[in-house]
Design a protein around this ligand. Structure first.
Ligand code: HSE
Length: 308
């Protein structure tokens, strides 16, 4: 096998209460990438379509993660990477992660899978760090493993796969503004109140239990963020109105997707997701800010090969 085409999915990190540890994988939004073996050694980005991103390997998220794997594997060949970007950078649905994950996943396949999913997550984190100036795996892990994941620890890296209740749907609204993850991290406090920490870890625990037991009511009552959302919501126009509209129309929960500006809602079933999407669209149509709305099942498979 000399080349491979890949679908690298968008993801929702944090999932309200789980800043930097929880994430889930989306089905209908993602990038495509082609990875090709070459006789010439090294990693080259040969094509980027969709968005204006650097071609220099060391400045490109996909290039940096690929290099991390390449320098460790020391293969006899090189690789070319083509990126067909559908996920807008700075959208909050794991654009940089999709790029970082796609290159390491593709190269690993072409090398005969020498590395497992946790090792691939580790390589991809090097690329993610270029974009957000911090190594975090809460977008990368769900993109690689699929479904919901919990990052138990970054060093040493330990990922826990969580079950996905079968009737969960996600609605994403993406206001067409850009928020850089590094900037959305810079506004966060270094210390938090003990009472807020108690609320937050109680919610993370109950959310994990709700996923294991398909308890939608508990899941709904766990999707609260008292630590990060109060700061970041100020960066997202009409966040409160969108959240109210989603909850009034029956969403189980609604919060900032990753570092924003996208906002995610989790819904019980497709009908509820359609209603929530409609209500959110109405809110944003009135603002005059351009936006996209997506409805997605939870993608339990994660990144996948499109052809070989
Ligand atoms: N956990 C990260 C953050 C995700 O919220 O900064 C970035 O997409």
């Amino acid at each position: 096998m000399n080349d491979i085409k890949i679908f690298s999915p968008a993801t929702v990190a944090n999932v309200s209460c789980g800043f930097d540890v929880l994430g889930f994988c989306l089905d209908t939004i993602g990038d495509e990438m082609v990875i090709r073996k070459t006789d010439k050694k090294g990693i080259r980005i040969t094509k980027i379509e969709g968005y204006d991103l650097p071609f220099e390997t060391e400045k490109n998220v996909a290039g940096v993660s690929a290099l991390a794997l390449y320098n460790e594997a020391k293969p006899y060949c090189g690789f070319e990477i083509e990126i067909y970007k559908n996920i807008k950078p700075g959208s909050g649905v794991g654009s940089s992660s999709a790029s970082a994950v796609g290159s390491v996943y593709g190269i690993n396949e072409l090398l005969g899978r020498p590395y497992n999913k946790t090792q691939l997550t580790n390589f991809a984190m090097k690329g993610e760090a270029l974009a957000s100036q911090c190594e975090h795996a809460d977008n990368i892990a769900p993109a690689i493993f699929g479904g919901f994941t919990l990052v138990k620890s970054v060093s040493p890296l330990e990922i826990i796969e969580l079950p996905t209740p079968k009737d969960l749907f996600a609605v994403i609204i993406h206001p067409q503004i850009e928020i850089k993850t590094s900037e959305a991290r810079a506004i966060l406090p270094k210390k938090i109140e003990l009472k807020d920490a108690i609320t937050q870890w109680s919610n993370v625990g109950s959310l994990v239990h709700a996923l294991h037991t398909s308890n939608y009511d508990l899941l709904s009552r766990s999707l609260t963020d008292v630590v990060v959302e109060p700061f970041r919501s100020q960066l997202i126009p009409h966040f409160g109105t969108v959240r109210n509209a989603a909850l009034e129309n029956g969403a189980l929960g609604c919060g900032i997707s990753g570092s924003g500006p996208s906002i995610f809602s989790l819904c019980y079933g497709n009908d509820n997701a359609q209603n929530v999407a409609k209500a959110i669209k109405n809110v944003y149509t009135e603002t005059g800010i351009p936006f996209e709305v997506y409805i997605s099942e939870i993608n339990t498979e994660g990144i996948k090969i499109l052809n070989q």
